[in-house]
Design a protein around this ligand. Structure first.
Ligand SMILES: Cc1cc2nc3c(=O)[nH]c(=O)nc-3n(C[C@H](O)[C@H](O)[C@H](O)COP(=O)(O)O)c2cc1C
Length: 173
């Protein structure tokens, strides 16, 4: 089984997602949005980006050519975790203009299953800033509406928390 895993620019669930990638590095190719790279550095996980034992696909072209891997049958699953509200909105609206949204679009068109762990899963979330301070985040109705839309997509699973994400991944990792 080979998994394409996308990390977007969300601090929420970031540490836990990087831990899953690290534990299963032989089965995962890692894709990062531009914001994902910035946020990983802000949360002081910059060393992760230098790891030579983790395959990080470097694709920062506008047309996201690496997405062709789905049509070629290289991946059994696409995971977007954590997924920002921005990426969830683009995916729900059918916009494909960034690496995560292009991967989502191309995986869907190739009928490859997709699993998403949104950072904004409920109307009230406790999260941590890069300095470790606890903050409350209140996703807007529009963010939650996009999430509901995403849940109606065939072939797309949306995890509500890390436990659900890990449960869904058991078959693949
Ligand atoms: C430190 C930091 C943490 C962030 N955490 C989140 C988050 O948890 N959820 C979210 O939706 N956006 C978060 N953002 C905002 C996104 O990074 C921003 O919307 C970005 O444009 C998303 O781009 P992407 O979806 O292509 O990765 C964060 C930004 C910063 C600077």
């Amino acid at each position: 089984m080979k998994v394409a895993w996308v990390v977007t620019g969300a601090g929420h669930f970031l540490k836990e997602c990087l831990e899953i990638v690290e534990k299963n590095k032989d089965k995962i190719d890692l894709f990062l949005s531009c914001a994902g790279i910035e946020v990983i550095k802000m949360y002081k996980y910059g060393d992760f980006l230098e790891r030579r034992d983790i395959n990080i696909v470097k694709d920062y072209k506008s047309s996201s050519p690496s997405c062709g891997a789905f049509a070629a049958g290289r991946y059994d699953l696409l995971v977007i975790a954590p997924a920002t509200s921005n990426t969830v909105a683009k995916c729900a609206l059918g916009i494909a203009d960034s690496l995560p949204s292009n991967l989502f679009s191309q995986a869907g068109k190739s009928k490859v299953p997709i699993l998403v762990l949104p950072s904004d899963v409920s109307p009230r979330i406790e999260s941590l800033t890069p300095t470790g301070r606890k903050i409350m985040v209140y996703p807007r109705p529009i963010d939650l509406q996009h999430l509901r839309t995403l849940k109606t997509f065939p072939g797309v699973g949306v995890a509500n928390d890390l436990r659900e994400l890990k449960d869904c991944l058991r078959f693949y990792l």
